[in-house]
Write a protein that binds this ligand. Structure first.
Ligand code: MG
Length: 410
């Protein structure tokens, strides 16, 4: 009997409705098969080795890394999402390699300065197609990464591309062909395409699990959140703290807060994961899905139980929004960041050659899309440097213009 290939061996470990080689829609360009790893692992390597992934290490998650070295950046956040996604995928016999790839790639299209950067860039590009970070993520893996001679992009599997495009406006989806179809009304007579793979659904919720718990920890470390305030607003946290104080009476109030919070956060996360795994298992079973096609036609199946979602997850997110993301200390830099990005944008708009990647012969992208791509790729650190550079160049330009005016007058 012929020996099984890597792909066949891998598929045998997965549920029939998982993303597998035997149901994959493959790559746009065919490639010779790798004999030492499966195709989903290949995609994972392509993300890890991409420039855009490396840039995540200097992009803000919540706290800018200029404020300290210990907070999550988008890169460490993505690693935490991958950890959560892999462990849940294992429990549900889903494709761990795809879940990991999607987790590592899920924030790859983010602009500098967190969500603030995305909003500002979207406003600046409002008359030129706007800016959506999920769509940017897809453009990065499809076109903007250029590690290979012969073609642009990373030639990813359809399932990876589908998962990276987490959300998309109908206007943009209409331009994307097959990959955008689930954001549009189904064509008459066609099977509905409502959901991406279970691995993509899982990564989406793993992101929320990872960032809520991490932001809680970082918020306390940054002293923006206090243990007692969190306990008042988040019942599951209060329960964990009560249990820990009983178990460790030596952990007096105020002392060892960081350990207390880490342990409480980890206890909360365990409960969230247990609920997610059980509820998703039940949903999958009750829905009767057998194949990946069934999954795509079904509503979202990887999700918390209705009770956990309503009573725990949503209030936790609302608490963080009110007490952390909108806190004046966290929001204080936003206006400055906005000014920086606007200045850079206007400088490039008026002087395209100041933008190092500017290509006047680019037939695919007008000046504004080039500015959007260039600015979205910036790390926080580079945006700051670039702001100082263009500001100096603008004053130099104004000075020269002033001098030539007075020479003419004289
Ligand atoms: Mg994220």
């Amino acid at each position: 009997m012929p020996e099984m290939t890597e792909k066949e061996k891998f598929d045998q470990t997965l549920a029939t409705y998982a993303a597998r080689h035997d149901n994959s829609r493959g790559r746009a360009l065919s490639e010779p098969e790798a004999n030492d790893r499966n195709e989903f692992q290949r995609d994972c390597s392509r993300i890890i080795h991409s420039t855009s992934f490396r840039q995540l290490q200097y992009k803000t998650q919540v706290f800018s890394n200029q404020e300290g070295d210990l907070f999550r950046t988008r890169a460490t956040h993505s690693l935490e999402v991958a950890q959560v996604a892999r462990s849940v995928a294992r429990s549900l016999t889903l494709n761990q390699d795809l879940a990991e790839t999607l987790a590592l790639a899920h924030d790859i299209g983010h602009a500098p300065f967190g969500h603030n950067g995305q909003h500002i860039l979207n406003d600046l590009l409002a008359d030129h197609g706007g800016f959506e970070h999920n769509l940017q993520g897809l453009r990065i893996i499809d076109e903007l990464e250029k590690p290979y001679l012969g073609y642009s992009g990373l030639n990813m599997l359809f399932e990876t591309r589908e998962g990276v495009l987490k959300h998309c406006s109908a206007k943009n989806a209409a331009l994307l062909g097959e990959i955008g179809a689930r954001f549009l009304p189904a064509k008459e007579g066609a099977k509905p395409y409502r959901s991406p793979t279970l691995e993509a659904q899982l990564t989406d919720i793993s992101d929320a699990i990872a960032y809520t718990h991490a932001d809680l920890e970082d918020g306390v470390m940054m002293k923006v959140l206090k243990v007692d305030t969190v306990a008042e607003g988040v019942p599951l946290f209060a329960e964990a703290i009560r249990e820990l104080r009983e178990r460790y009476p030596e952990a007096k109030k105020g002392e060892m807060d960081s350990r207390l919070v880490r342990m409480a956060s980890s206890m909360m996360m365990k409960k969230a994961l247990a609920d997610l795994i059980q509820a998703s298992r039940e949903n999958i079973e009750q829905s009767g899905v057998k194949t990946l096609d069934d999954v795509r036609a079904a509503p979202k199946l990887v999700r918390f139980s209705a009770e956990f979602h309503a009573k725990t997850h949503i209030p936790f997110k609302q608490f963080l929004m009110k007490e952390l993301y909108l806190h004046p200390d966290v929001a204080r830099c936003r206006d400055q960041q906005g000014e920086m990005l606007k200045t850079i944008f206007q400088a490039y708009e008026q002087n395209p050659k100041w933008m190092s990647s500017y290509n006047p012969k680019d037939k695919e992208r007008d000046l504004y899309r080039q500015i959007g791509d260039h600015m979205a790729a910036m790390t926080d650190r580079y945006a700051l440097q670039e702001f100082n550079r263009v500001r100096a160049q603008m004053s130099m330009k104004q000075m020269k213009q002033g001098m030539s005016r007075s020479a003419k007058l004289g």
